[in-house]
Design a protein around this ligand. Sequence first.
Ligand code: SAM
Length: 225
Amino acid sequence: MEQTSLYLVPTPIGNLADITLRALEVLKSVDLILAEDTRTSQKLLKHYDIKKPLKSFHSFNEHKALQSMIAQLQSGTVMALISDAGTPGISDPGFLLARECVKNDIVLECLPGPTAFVPALIKSGLPCDRFVFEGFLPHKKGRQTRLKLLAEETRTIVFYESPHRIVKSLKQLAEYFGPDRLASVSRELTKIHEETVNDTLEALGTYFETKVTKGEFVIIVDGKK
Ligand code: SAM
């Protein structure tokens, strides 16, 4: 069996205990850990007493760093890629490196583990047999076009959102999808202030408008009926 060269390792989305035994084993065994933010990852690695060389690999340098990473992998260095939280490649750096590994026949392994949209989807109570993951909506260019297109989507839709845009997005979703469309907002999953609110888009917009909107958010919207 060929030896894996690159491991994509999911890390906790809040609660530090949400890491698999295998993820810890892999992080302890590799030659080098590529991290989106080395300072953020240091906290996790320190917590689990993992001492490994760390290199930064984030969206601002991933294009540039790609070829040297591939060369290092080809020369036999075994690496793990981690992001700040959750699964690398899911609204996080990882896709470019994974694609390049596939192109270059470098053995790639992605461990199963934490990602924010799965618990949010299940907690929404909305159909999860078929769904679409949209990640972050475009901030400016293409936002309206995307919203118009998604208004017709019949499957459950998953969005990621930041605290600065949560109210704006909920209001816009109500505008494009209709105020009575069922939806769910999960905030701070696995953390102390975890909260999931299931209601119509209009009611959710009003609810979060009157609250201090801190934290990280996943919005789940019912498909068009
Ligand atoms: N790679 C991550 C994953 O697998 O879910 C996603 C990273 S993306 C840069 C960050 C976004 O994920 C946040 O803005 C939020 O939408 C979502 N997210 C991450 N952690 C979360 C949490 N604990 N609760 C709710 N949403 C979260």
